[in-house]
Design a protein around this ligand. Structure first.
Ligand SMILES: [Fe+2]
Length: 266
């Protein structure tokens, strides 16, 4: 496991687990909080039954991510893979690889551009660690999940050098265009910055967190909050700063978050 020091998010800003997660709120019932911020214990517990070798292989896979070619920068600072799955009661069914497309209304940076990222390694896509993580969030979505039948999985690394920062979210404050999004810190080494911030639909900040403990996570209702992440810089004395994230998009299969007409064989 990564060796970043353990920290715990400020309990004052961590909302309680949504009591109605996984169920539609009855008419007239108060809405659930639009997000939840989980200490690492939640995913550590979910991963308890995963064989250590499988977990190690899952975490090591972030060391083999191709450069994101859609950044438009001379030096790539973001690296990633992408896969999508049908959510089944018994696990995840891989869907054909395809381009990832966000609407211009939610992504002013590369919205409208079908992006073809490298697929997940089979060991990740078919492994028990990913299955356990996705299931853990399925059980904790901050709202009803009855239409959610598909997920997209992004493995992302952002790097910073002493003379060059990395920007996890060059689009600024935004929504992703999904139903729910889970953000999981996998690794944070030699990094300053990367404040995760959530906003209500009037762009008032409602939560701010520095994800610092591997497997610490946030899951948000993408229709009720906006989010961004501040740039990262290399910590003093570090030759390189590395921030690895796992993002899981939850959506209905009729959603437009991927372009099913552009399925490709890889
Ligand atoms: Fe985002």
């Amino acid at each position: 496991m990564p060796t970043t020091p353990m920290t715990t998010p400020d309990p004052a800003v961590v909302p309680p687990l949504p009591a109605s997660a996984g169920r539609a709120a009855p008419a007239g019932a108060p809405e659930t909080a639009p997000f939840a911020h989980f200490p690492s214990d939640v995913l550590r517990g979910a991963l308890d039954g995963v064989p250590p070798q499988a977990l190690e292989s899952f975490l090591d896979s972030w060391n083999d991510l191709p450069a994101d070619e859609y950044l438009g920068t001379e030096r790539p600072y973001r690296f990633r893979r992408y896969g999508r799955f049908r959510l089944l009661d018994e696990g995840l069914e891989p869907l054909p690889h395809g381009t990832f497309l966000q609407d211009r209304t939610v992504n002013s940076f590369v919205g409208g551009v079908p992006r073809l990222f490298a697929p997940l390694h089979d060991t990740v896509a078919a492994g028990p660690a990913l299955r356990a993580v996705v299931q853990a969030f399925r059980d904790r979505l901050p709202g009803p999940r009855h239409t959610v039948d598909t997920c997209g999985v992004h493995q992302i690394r952002v790097v910073a050098l002493p003379d060059a920062e990395g920007d996890p979210a060059p689009e600024g404050i935004h929504q992703d265009g999904h139903s729910y999004v889970a953000q999981v810190l996998i690794r944070r080494e030699g990094v300053e910055g990367a404040q995760s911030r959530l906003y209500d639909l009037d762009r008032r900040e409602i939560h701010r967190a520095l994800l610092s403990d591997p497997l610490e996570s946030i899951v948000l209702d993408d229709r009720r909050v906006l989010h961004d992440v501040s740039p990262i810089t290399a910590a003093r004395g570090a030759a390189v700063g590395v921030r690895d994230m796992l993002l899981v998009d939850f959506f209905a299969s009729f959603d437009s978050s991927f372009d099913s007409t552009k399925e490709v064989a890889l």
